[in-house]
Write a protein that binds this ligand. Sequence first.
Ligand SMILES: NC(=O)c1ccc[n+]([C@@H]2O[C@H](COP(=O)([O-])OP(=O)(O)OC[C@H]3O[C@@H](n4cnc5c(N)ncnc54)[C@H](OP(=O)(O)O)[C@@H]3O)[C@@H](O)[C@H]2O)c1
Length: 257
Amino acid sequence: MLDGRVVVISGVGPGLGRGLALRCAKAGADVVLAARTEERLEEVAKEVRALGRRATAVPTDIRDRASCERLVRAALDAHGRVDGLVNNAFAIPPLQDLLDVDLAAVRKGFETNVLAALDLTRLFVPALVEARGSVVMVNSAVLRHSRPTFGAYKMAKAALLALARGLSTELGPRGVRVNTIAPGWIWADNLKWYFDHLAKERGVPSRQIYEETAATIDLRKLPEPDEIADAAVFLLSSYARAITGQCLDVNGGEFHH
Ligand SMILES: NC(=O)c1ccc[n+]([C@@H]2O[C@H](COP(=O)([O-])OP(=O)(O)OC[C@H]3O[C@@H](n4cnc5c(N)ncnc54)[C@H](OP(=O)(O)O)[C@@H]3O)[C@@H](O)[C@H]2O)c1
């Protein structure tokens, strides 16, 4: 689905970021991996190369313009083109009620989750226009609920959705599509650790926490990083060539939208 394409992924961490890199490579893309932790980028790059694709690891802080400019240069120097950009990097603001949360921390969350995604996308626009490429923003099922303590995160992700839609309108006439995926639970290391922690607190097996959570999801399982990444692969591919400005919820049916 992505044969011969080059995809840049911001925020390559152990969860969805890694999954995105590997599934894009499986689909035939060469990938450019960006995050701050170089060792992790190198580990994922090795996994990508083992799949027979090229990987370029570029330590990047998306809040720093010079660092983003280096990323764009490194991507173009190594691959000569960029067909896809996945804005996956995120920073969770404090999980506190809106009535209590520190505004400076909310602002800081906006810097990474919204403004840095905009700035990075702007820098890739010339290459994306040339390739008639596409952008995928990684959002969250927090869009679909308003649970206590998630307010600041929801504000940032709601702004990211608005950003994706605005960019779709601005870039569509230039041949670039901009879409969003909204994962719910992601069954990766962080969540496994958290469920173990909850299980210990309640004195029940971890499996029970998993099953109680899965019972709230139509498909009765928590989506894994690869399953979510495949939705991004679809949106980056020409199978989605008439789709822009949309948000695809990838949550196993936990919320219907
Ligand atoms: N985890 C969940 O349950 C969940 C649920 C719904 C949606 N999501 C969304 O899915 C996406 C991925 O989440 P994930 O938990 O699976 O994380 P992940 O892909 O494992 O890692 C994300 C990575 O982003 C990087 N990052 C943070 N700030 C950055 C910055 N300033 N510059 C460059 N990179 C930066 C961090 O790496 P460095 O520290 O090395 O920079 C982090 O490891 C996020 O957009 C999140 O909102 C997650």
